[in-house]
Design a protein around this ligand. Sequence first.
Ligand code: ADP
Length: 268
Amino acid sequence: MSEHDVEQYRITEAPYYRSVGEEVALYEAAYQARMPVMLKGPTGCGKTRFVEYMAWRLERPLITVACNEDMTAADLVGRYLLDADGTRWQDGPLTTAARIGAICYLDEIVEARQDTTVVMHPLTDHRRTLPLEKKGELVHAHPDFHLVISYNPGYQSLMKDLKQSTKQRFGALDFEYPEAAAEAEIVAHETGVDTETADKLVQVAHRARNLKGHGLDEGISTRLLVYAGSLIAKGIAPRAACTMTLIRPLTDDPDMRETLDQAVETYF
Ligand code: ADP
């Protein structure tokens, strides 16, 4: 469709992605089979970076949607807008992706309401179609279209979970924080800190990750380690950098903050 500017969705420079297992080969095979993929794992462990890397590798445009609980089906598929000449249909991101053959990444899909989630169902099976009910159009997905969703199992609850009828439409890859050496390599590469500093930051994170479920809802993510490293690389003292990026965002509990302070002081 000429109204879509595909180029804006292209990733022109290779994103840095440190592979941690067989995920690249598995995703590639799933893409070749046009099997929708679910990336499961905690926040900040590399899921988004992985999708960006795969889109670049497969030379597909990428459309990312951050899902939230107020999102409606129209936010995904599109709606009529009023303008000077009357009404005009505007495709939503899922429709655009289906038309142009992009990879559509629905981030944190579990946040969306179930009536929103079900609109993608016909796109995930052999039909590969998307009905635009309001417009009276049935969009046939471009042969290259691919659907990827992310899902944080930690947030799972009875109220907020994907239905089995949704889950069982995807192949899934488990993501975790990378093992220590790989994670330090990532932090050093992303921030420019030396290996020794990166190693220490990872050690602090390991301490904190052991506290998950014992006062912390989530451990320190790779993303936060990258934040810490970037402040250190800017000349901020490591303890202050760690307090700002690894402790304060994570918890308000004074005891927990003290425990984390001690972990930082062990290494810096
Ligand atoms: P998620 O989508 O899982 O919440 P991101 O993909 O945004 O997390 O990862 C957060 C940050 O951590 C990235 O911006 C990147 O700097 C770093 N990162 C995590 N894992 C990797 C990896 N395997 N290779 C390269 N960078 C990574």
